[in-house]
Design a protein around this ligand. Structure first.
Ligand code: 3SL
Length: 227
């Protein structure tokens, strides 16, 4: 996907963007998103040669659960300072990293979820460039939680600068207005949230519903996510 002149904001509330934001806030040096498990394993082997075994971790999920043989799954709190500080993470998830590696922008690609939303909005409000929201969704379908997050971004940005909305942006905004008093409920109502609950990831839902906890803006630049 390429949008000439636009800043692209990739949103995946549950859970990959929230996890990447948390990992980088905890001192992770760089995240390398990969679209497939085999590419992640290949890249890991290469990086071990240059960074050593202690310098790099393999993280991610398929079907919500940690890939067999990986050090970390896709629960944000696994990426604590103790685990990731000073290290590179090779990261692959079912939807988000695949979408992320497909997005191109001549301006920039920004990683966003509720947990860094305020900082992203402050940044976007300083410039007039078009903004394209790329909602990760689930298996090619729209996800309620990503739409509500996009809608909240639109709501906050429209207080700070002029915005002209497409129909899909307007739809996301209306969904946000519905959930504005209880963001966590949007995550609980979503099919993705329900699946994570069944898998035992209740704490992740609480974490990912925490609005504006981290003041960082990760960017995807030439295959690397960095702050
Ligand atoms: O598909 C993804 O990118 C993941 O974030 C999905 S899950 O939350 O790990 O199920």
């Amino acid at each position: 996907m390429e949008q000439a002149g636009s800043r692209v904001v990739v949103i995946d509330v549950l859970r990959a963007c929230s996890t990447m934001i948390y990992a980088l806030s905890q001192g992770c040096k760089v995240i390398h998103p990969c679209d497939t498990v085999s590419k992640a394993k290949d890249l890991f082997r290469q990086k071990v040669k240059s960074l050593g075994k202690d310098g790099v971790l393999l993280g991610g999920e398929r079907g919500g659960v940690r890939v067999r043989g990986f050090h970390l799954g896709n629960s944000p709190e696994e990426y604590s300072s103790d685990a990731v500080r000073g290290r590179a993470v090779i990261f692959t998830t079912t939807n988000c990293t695949r979408n992320l590696t497909a997005v191109r922008s001549p301006k920039e690609v920004i990683i966003c979820s509720f947990v860094n939303l305020h900082t992203v909005v402050e940044y976007l409000s300083k410039e007039d460039a078009d903004v394209l929201l790329a909602l990760s969704g689930t298996d090619g379908q729209m996800s309620l939680e990503d739409a509500v997050c996009g809608g909240m971004l639109i709501n906050m940005l429209s207080d700070r600068r002029e915005v002209v909305l497409s129909d899909s942006a307007r739809t996301a905004h209306v969904l946000y207005l519905h959930y504005r008093r209880n963001i966590r409920q949007a995550l609980l109502d979503s099919s993705h949230g329900k699946r994570l609950l069944e898998l035992g990831f209740k704490d992740d839902i609480g974490f990912c519903a925490g609005v504006g906890k981290y003041e960082i803006i990760p960017r995807h630049v030439r295959g690397r996510v960095v702050c």
